[in-house]
Ligand binder design. Structure first.
Ligand SMILES: NC(=O)N[C@@H](CC(=O)O)C(=O)O
Ligand SMILES: [Zn+2]
Ligand SMILES: [Zn+2]
Length: 346
């Protein structure tokens, strides 16, 4: 008999995009539905590069919370070649900045202010290692001659391995991993090097995006890979290893920006995040491993307390709406119009 309910400690999302402005009225309530905390990505236009800018962004998020919500946004500084050691010290001291994000310049949405050569930020990384500030990494190279499906592996081999060798105590999260190569790198690395895994990279491979028609709502970065990489991610997420934890990378874009001749990268999953992960863990016969992945390992890595309260998932079919409001626009969610098997009890 399949399990019909599952109660787990309240989960957190260790990688999400809430955007800004009018969109916050939609993205923050969606995230606050049952997530206790979220690591909020700083790739705004312009990006949040100082603790003051991150603090102002935090206030805008807090103001968009539904009445009575205890949802806590955990802020991240956007690393640029202008970031100073003093920025890191002030970020550590302010209490609300929990990490610094490395975007290789040109790698993804709003990464144009990112880093062109990581050796230019070594002094800042040394300060982060000294004060225990985690570095979150979008792990892809950007050179036009490198195949898009190889960009994560080439980044690990040519940028990340030398970086962790230069900064052996730096806490690192390789974000939204998509390959067996990333799983292997993280698994073999010391305990202070971890990874987040999205629901969509567990549920889908590149055939879902490209076979039988091109489906722009599956287009995200790093791009969906071969099913053998998907299998490696499922194995890692459901293994019970504390090095792999939940980060949705829910990244909403307006419908028109995705359904375009040159569409934006990003998949929206905040409408059904834990519900989508539950489907993956159930299919892998590993529902007993969902709580560690979703509610324990990320908090432990960031040195934050695990939540004491719980949420309950119920096995009950529901149909995902065709779209959700997104500021002045609409966003098309992952699995729009399709059935999902799990629901979170209100
Ligand atoms: N993942 C994506 O495809 N897009 C993200 C950026 C990112 O996380 O790389 C976004 O901000 O839209
Ligand atoms: Zn990214
Ligand atoms: Zn992201």
């Amino acid at each position: 008999m399949p399990e019909t309910t599952l109660t787990i400690a309240r989960p957190d999302d260790w990688h999400v995009h809430l955007r800004d402005g009018a969109a916050l009225a939609d993205t923050v309530p969606a995230m606050a539905r049952y997530f206790g905390r979220a690591i909020v990505m700083p790739n705004l236009l312009p990006p949040a590069v100082t603790p003051e800018q991150a603090g102002a962004y935090r206030e805008r998020i807090l103001a968009a919370r539904p009445a009575g919500s205890a949802f806590e946004p955990l802020m991240v500084l956007y690393l640029t070649e202008g970031t100073t050691v003093d920025d890191i010290r002030r970020a550590k001291a302010c209490g609300y900045v929990h990490a610094v994000k490395l975007y290789p310049a040109g790698a993804t949405t709003n990464s144009q202010s990112g880093v062109t050569d990581v050796s230019n930020v070594d002094a800042v990384l040394a300060e982060m290692a000294a004060c225990g500030m985690p570095l979150l990494i979008h792990g892809e190279v950007t050179h036009s001659e490198i195949d898009i499906f190889a960009r994560e592996k080439v980044f690990i081999d040519t940028i990340l391995k030398p970086l962790v060798a230069r900064h052996p105590t730096l806490r690192v999260v390789l974000e939204h991993i998509t390959t067996a190569d990333a799983v292997e790198f993280v698994r073999e690395a010391p305990a202070h090097i971890a990874a987040t895994i999205t629901a969509h990279h567990l549920l889908f491979n590149r055939n879902h995006m490209l076979a039988g028609g091109i489906r722009p709502h599956y287009y995200c970065l790093p791009i969906l890979k071969h099913s053998r990489h998907q299998a490696a991610l499922i194995e890692a997420a459901t293994s019970g290893s504390a090095k792999f934890f939940l980060g949705t990378d829910s990244a909403p874009h307006a419908q028109g920006a995705k359904e375009a001749a040159c569409g934006c990268a990003g998949a929206y999953t905040a409408h059904a995040a834990i519900e989508l992960y539950a489907e993956v863990f159930e299919a892998a016969n590993a529902l007993d491993k969902l709580e560690g992945f979703a509610s324990h390992f990320g908090a432990d890595f960031y040195g934050l307390p695990r939540h004491r309260d719980t949420i309950t998932l119920v096995r009950k079919d529901w149909t995902v709406p065709a779209s959700y409001p997104f500021g002045e626009h609409q966003v098309i969610p992952v699995r729009a119009g399709e059935l999902l098997a799990w629901q979170v009890e209100a």
